[in-house]
Design a protein around this ligand. Structure first.
Ligand code: C2E
Ligand code: MG
Ligand code: MG
Length: 399
């Protein structure tokens, strides 16, 4: 026990030095919207750059900082650092997002409102740039006083999140009594969510209750595509986790913000990809069109005839179809006649060397064909027509 006390005291002394010597850095973990896949926020996570031990994580020193009261100073530095970073990004036109600071219970009782106000004023920042995260235990200590402080922060325009939800007392009363905007589902429920029915039930229940109370739900610690997909289908709003990004240095977050980095799950990508179906009995034509249209980034499907194309349409979302007219078995206009019934919203283009104008004109007039183009085609003109077809495409309506 003596050893433990001595080690804790040593750590506390080193922490005091660390505060004076500016040995802390902030890493930032992006928060991602699960519908758009875009970065909509970030969380600042503190690291101690220890002169001998290298990077020390917060789990090791935050408890000591809290017990010794040093957290007030360290936490004040975190808030100031976030605001300085935000001001620098705004000044250089980086498309910045709100950044959240973790706040411990000790800070709540030590002028957090003034700390926040000062930092915002010093860096001429809008309160929307800063979010705060509190755990249940942080607000437990003195519920009434915590509520009063939180309403003051809310009045300043600061968004508040309830962190690690589900691990503490998990009382729904806190959701109701405090002005939270977000609930963060603790990582411990996410880890086994695709395997453990209890965890899945807890997560879905948290999501349902939070939504009923007008709160957004953030899942913490998503590491796999399966966890991401599962929570997305459960209507979880936002996520953080290794699956998208670890906590990273400011420069790395900056480059993600500048490049507009986003997440597209394979299921989402398939749904939203612009897809062209090419139908022609000549393999050479199919591959020439595939090569040409790939340049514009479309997903391309090909079929050698109408029946094969109808099979593809049954299992793939397709917006634009280009079909030959003269094909053995089923003609292009015949094929499009069926497609018009089955998938009326598709944009249908006949590309034909066969100038049986009468038939084609008739199917144009019946609304089965959107455009009639002739072979050999002009590359740029064809790309232009396909682009135009996508622009006119309306899901669920006929042209
Ligand atoms: P937290 O606020 O719940 O932060 C989430 C923790 O989970 C972070 O650990 C983060 O790096 C980690 N994490 C994120 N995604 C994943 C994932 O996909 N898999 C796994 N295994 N882990 C993931 P970190 O940075 O070690 O922070 C631990 C805790 O320390 C934080 O939990 C927070 O409570 C506290 N903390 C961090 N920075 C501060 C601070 O500036 N002030 C205060 N008071 N506490 C802080
Ligand atoms: Mg947090
Ligand atoms: Mg957490």
């Amino acid at each position: 026990m003596n050893d433990r006390v001595a080690a804790r005291l040593a750590l506390e002394m080193q922490l005091r030095d660390a505060v004076k010597a500016h040995q802390f850095v902030l890493h930032y973990q992006p928060r991602v919207d699960m519908i758009s896949g875009e970065i909509v926020g970030a969380e600042a996570l503190i690291r101690w750059e220890h002169p001998e031990r290298g990077i020390v994580g917060p789990a090791e020193f935050i408890p000591v900082a809290e017990e010794s009261g040093l957290i007030v100073q360290i936490g004040g530095w975190v808030i100031d650092r976030i605001c300085a970073q935000q001001a620098a990004w705004i000044a250089t036109n980086v498309p910045t997002v709100p950044i959240a600071a973790n706040v411990s219970s000790v800070q709540l009782g030590h002028g957090i409102v003034a700390t926040v106000q000062d930092a915002l004023r010093r860096h001429s920042l809008d309160a929307r740039c800063l979010h705060l995260e509190l755990t249940e235990s942080a607000v437990m200590h003195d519920v009434q006083e915590a509520a009063r402080i939180m309403f003051e922060l809310r009045k300043l325009g600061i968004s508040l999140a309830l962190d690690d939800f589900g691990t503490g007392y998990s009382s729904l009363a806190y959701l109701k009594r405090f002005p939270f905007s977000r609930v963060k589902i603790d990582r411990s429920f996410v880890t086994d969510i695709t395997q453990n029915a209890d965890d899945a039930a807890i997560a879905s229940a948290i999501i349902a209750i939070a939504h009923r109370m007008g709160l957004k739900v953030v899942a913490e610690g998503i590491e796999t595509e399966a966890q991401y997909e599962y929570l997305r289908t459960q209507r979880c709003d936002e996520m953080q986790g290794h699956y998208f990004s670890d906590a990273v240095a400011a420069e790395a977050l900056e480059s993600d913000l500048l490049s507009g980095r986003s997440i597209k799950s394979p299921a989402q990508a398939a749904q939203s990809a612009q897809t062209v179906l090419v139908v022609d009995d000549e393999a050479g034509i199919r591959s020439a069109l595939t090569r040409l249209l790939r340049r514009d980034g479309y997903r391309i499907l090909t079929a050698a005839g109408g029946p094969e194309a109808l099979e593809l349409l049954a299992v793939n979302p397709v917006q634009v179809i280009i079909s030959d007219q003269l094909m053995p078995g089923m003609s292009g206009t015949e094929f499009f006649g069926k497609v018009k019934e089955l998938y009326p919203q598709t944009m249908r283009i006949i590309l034909s060397g066969y100038t049986e104008l009468g038939v084609v004109i008739e199917s144009v007039n019946r609304g089965a064909v959107f455009k009639f183009l002739t072979k050999p085609w002009d590359d740029d003109m064809l790309r232009e027509q396909v682009r135009d077809a996508f622009l006119r495409y309306r899901p669920g309506s006929n042209f």
